[in-house]
Design a protein around this ligand. Structure first.
Ligand SMILES: CC(C)(COP(=O)(O)OP(=O)(O)OC[C@H]1O[C@@H](n2cnc3c(N)ncnc32)[C@H](O)[C@@H]1OP(=O)(O)O)[C@@H](O)C(=O)NCCC(=O)NCCS
Length: 246
């Protein structure tokens, strides 16, 4: 590693540590005040009543923390300019700035994923987070997956549904290179659970991607069509499926 590379890596680690410490600390603050305020409530002196009420306020305090973390983390990446640069092709071992900016964006996303995502995926809070963190997302979008990253590379139209455990991001690592590219899903596209969608993929309106499918990078999927399999292929629906009758 050259001295310039070592300097860049050290600054990357120090800056992400400082920013994440600030973001986490400030997110805890409202929850902390909320929780300590509940300790001041005048509660009748029944056995176990005060501990029970104080314990019950932990979940609302976590909710307050989650909203604050989502908002402050998204604000921090915006202010610091940590984004995935489009059409990137960076050698991992070169440790250049675009790669390091990308890694800070990934780490920041990962912190929110671990602390908030597990409970809030598929909820509006998760959609708001992706939107505030750079994604262009329409209305009525449901994202039931934690493996969605490079938010500024994503464009989802109204009514898009992303199933559980879908891997969809704006980067891929191949042969020591990090490559980046957008993913564009038009209105009412469904990505079936457990699927993988590569970079530079575009899907037309009402396209359905079957469960456990792999949509190869650069694929252009037609609207009103069904794709499934590994790799995903268009399914011919000219012959209606057999209807089972008693
Ligand atoms: C792809 C999908 C939409 C097709 O549903 P459909 O239109 O009712 O089609 P069918 O079930 O009749 O299947 C049509 C053909 O596609 C094949 N197929 C269906 N889903 C497939 C999948 N995930 N992978 C591979 N092949 C698949 C079927 O075997 C069938 O093949 P055949 O014609 O040779 O017999 C559906 O199977 C699916 O995977 N939905 C995902 C739902 C989901 O995960 N939503 C996310 C939120 S829960």
């Amino acid at each position: 590693m050259t001295p310039a590379q070592a300097g860049r890596v050290i600054w990357t680690v120090v800056s992400i540590f400082i920013v994440e410490s600030l973001v986490f600390g400030l997110s805890v603050l409202p929850a902390f005040y909320f929780w300590t305020w509940t300790l001041t409530w005048a509660i009748p002196d029944f056995p176990l009543l005060r501990p029970a009420i104080v314990a019950t306020t932990l979940v609302p305090a976590y909710l307050v923390f989650s909203v604050a973390l989502v908002a402050l983390s998204a604000l921090s990446t915006r202010v610091c300019g940590w984004r995935t640069a489009p059409n990137g092709m960076w050698k991992l071992r070169d440790l250049e700035w675009p790669l390091l900016d990308w890694s800070r964006y990934m780490i920041s996303t990962h912190v929110v994923r671990v602390l908030v995502g597990t409970f809030f995926r598929a909820s509006p809070l998760w959609t708001w987070y992706l939107r505030w963190n750079g994604a262009r997302i329409g209305r009525g979008v449901h994202i039931n997956s934690l493996s969605i990253s490079d938010h500024n590379m994503l464009e989802f139209g109204d009514g898009v549904v992303i199933g559980e455990n879908v891997h969809l991001s704006g980067h891929t690592v191949e042969g020591g290179l990090v490559k980046t590219g957008p993913v564009r899903l038009s209105r009412f596209v469904t990505v079936g659970l457990g699927s993988m969608v590569g970079i530079n993929v575009e899907a037309g309106e009402k396209c359905q991607i079957g469960a456990l499918s792999v949509v190869l990078k650069g694929s252009k999927l037609d609207g009103n069509a069904i794709y499934a399999g590994v790799p995903a292929r268009k399914i011919d629906r000219s012959t209606p499926a057999a209807v089972v009758t008693e």
